[in-house]
Design a binder for this molecule. Structure first.
Ligand code: SF4
Length: 207
């Protein structure tokens, strides 16, 4: 049953607008991609499995942006308001991120992750000071792991005024996003197949 699995708010919003056939189709897609992830993972390793879904999500989002001609994408290099939100990742994604930090030679701020982990829910997370909420991979205003950023970051495409994403000056402003069913399902499948949680939780487990 879909409602017993991990699903993001975006996927939940898409499902809420579906009829019964749509929900059945989505559940089958979720089962299909869960099996695909397990199979790639068994035949290779976590990094390869993660890369395969990241490529697929990128393809889905690029096709969606091409089709959505009525919208203008606001996301651009240097805009990092979305990197102050809680991001859920799998254990495979966490391992890859820790490996990349080592390769790129920067220290992960574990104290900040502990502060983030102490926030029990999204509401408490949003009450943290911005410097404590900031993603530990946001270095000098840029994502230091951009090519390998988690699925949750890859499938986020904003089409509203970028100022609305500023949770400090415009707290509660409505943010318009494009959502792609396949990208959402692929993301959910990997998170359900593997152990998953907030970035803080999953990275702290590897320390
Ligand atoms: S991983 Fe990169 S894109 Fe994702 S929240 Fe962190 S800095 Fe932003």
């Amino acid at each position: 049953m879909i409602d017993k699995l991990y699903i993001s708010q975006s996927l939940s919003d898409l499902i809420a607008k579906m009829d019964e056939d749509g929900v059945t189709y989505t559940r089958k897609m979720l089962e299909f991609y869960s099996e695909q992830y397990k199979s790639v993972r068994e035949q290779s390793n976590g990094n390869t499995a993660v890369a395969s879904i990241h490529d697929l999500i990128d393809e889905c989002m690029q096709a969606l942006v091409k089709k959505a001609t009525d919208y203008t994408v606001s996301c651009q290099k240097g805009c990092s308001f979305c990197c102050y939100q809680r991001v859920d990742i799998s254990d495979d994604e966490a391992s890859l991120l820790v490996e990349l930090a080592k390769l790129k030679g920067f220290e992960i701020d574990y104290q900040r992750l502990e502060k983030q982990l102490a926030a029990k829910d999204e509401k408490e997370f949003q009450q943290l000071r911005p410097r404590h909420r900031k993603c530990v991979f946001l270095q000098d205003g840029d994502c230091a792991v951009y090519e390998h950023r988690p699925s949750a970051c890859r499938k986020l495409v904003v089409v509203s005024d970028p100022k609305n994403c500023d949770t400090v000056s415009n707290r509660g402003a409505k943010v318009g996003k494009l959502a792609d069913l396949e990208a959402e399902v692929v993301t959910a499948a990997a998170l359900n197949v593997r152990e998953s949680g907030s970035m803080a939780e999953m990275i702290l487990k590897l320390r």
